[in-house]
Design a protein around this ligand. Structure first.
Ligand code: UT7
Length: 332
């Protein structure tokens, strides 16, 4: 017997970023770089940096609270909280537990998910499947990261790229034909070493040696990740579109992972999407990892550019290496 699944989609979104702004001019004083290099190679002009006292769960809870407000849902109604992050407050308990506590979402199960910058789209897909099945009714999916605390501020090849933030969405049942239409998640674990935090886990616990070798900071082979990103953004978007019988022409709002304007532009060209349909805020926040797509989604939704029944495409890639894309028909 096959059971009928119900449609599920996004009821409301929210975001939060720290107050402190770090500009390219500030970075010029910290490492051997220039506003000109950063702007032409990445499109980034400034990024937000968390305060010493701020942890990932603080930003995640703030974004979650705004998503709950937008969705008109009370925290007690949430039955599952998923936090996508690579910068949990602590190894355990899960950041999702700390968010559940802050929001007083006392009826929610909780777990974290690690899929790098693809994390929010992974979380969204899991949330939708949970609601579609009828097992869960209101899920809070959050992408949140504070990469500034694992960034090597003496390494100009990475420290100019990242920023901190959180984005969230409440997922619930929606009318037939709306919500998530198709998604494509994947990974190539064999390329994981291209973007990693070498020390601090069970393979290499933190020690005096690992700290001296600066292995508690992000290590990235930027060029290789760049090549992967340019190829995978178009491929995964096309895979998701194929799953729901749509083509790139059907996309009304394209929300790519905000890592680098050149990667976004390459993906846009491959899919032949007009510029005005692509949302870009990388110039203001840099690459906020798992928060990048939900922050962009929240900004484009609040700008009024997303109308009911619009086709919205979320497309990302990240540490893993992972990729993820999702096609939604907007509205409840
Ligand atoms: O969410 C996933 C996270 N990762 C990414 O999205 C990263 C994807 N990769 C990229 O976005 C690009 O590869 C970067 C922006 C990281 C680098 O751009 P690129 O065009 O690939 O530059 P490159 O690494 O080939 O470096 C070119 C030159 C090098 O100098 P030489 O060897 O040509 O003399 C670098 O040393 O630029 C130099 N360079 C810098 N110069 C000024 C590297 N970083 C900087 C810097 N300022 N911040």
């Amino acid at each position: 017997m096959t059971r009928q699944l119900r449609a599920a989609g996004i009821w409301g979104t929210g975001m939060a970023v720290p107050e402190r702004v770090l500009t390219n001019a500030d970075l010029e004083k910290m490492v051997d770089t220039s506003d000109e290099w950063i702007t032409t190679r990445t499109g980034i002009k400034e990024r937000r940096i968390a305060a010493d006292s701020q942890a990932t769960s603080d930003l995640a809870a703030a974004a979650g609270r705004r998503a709950l407000e937008a969705a008109s849902v009370d925290a007690e109604e949430i039955d599952l909280v998923i936090v996508a992050t690579v910068t949990p407050d602590v190894s355990f308990p899960a950041t999702a537990c700390l968010v559940q506590m802050q929001l007083e979402a006392t009826n929610a199960a909780t777990f974290d998910l690690s899929a790098g910058c693809s994390g929010f789209v992974y979380a969204l897909d899991m949330a939708v499947r949970a609601v579609e099945s009828g097992a869960y009714h209101r899920v809070l999916a959050i992408g949140a990261d504070i990469l500034s605390k694992i960034t090597d501020w003496t390494d100009r090849s990475t420290c100019v790229l990242f920023g901190d933030g959180a984005g969230a969405a409440v997922i619930g049942p929606v009318s037939e034909n709306r919500g998530l239409l198709g998604a494509d998640l994947g990974a190539t674990g064999a390329q994981g070493h291209l973007l990693t935090l070498p020390a601090g886990g069970s393979r290499k616990p933190v020690s005096e040696e690992t700290v001296k070798a600066r292995e508690h900071f992000i290590v990235m082979q930027g060029n290789e990740v760049f090549k992967f990103a340019v190829r995978i953004m178009g491929e995964t978007a096309q895979n998701s579109l194929n799953k729901c019988g749509l083509s790139p022409d059907d996309i009304d709002v394209f929300v790519p992972h905000q890592a680098n304007i050149r990667i976004i532009e390459a993906a846009r060209k491959r899919l032949a999407i007009p510029k005005e349909k692509v949302f870009v805020n990388v110039q203001r926040y840099g690459n906020t990892s798992a928060a990048s797509i939900p922050i962009a989604l929240d900004e484009v939704v609040r700008s009024g550019k997303v109308k009911d029944d619009d086709i919205v495409a979320l497309v990302g890639f990240g540490a893993g290496l992972t990729w993820a894309s999702a096609i939604l028909r907007w509205g409840r």
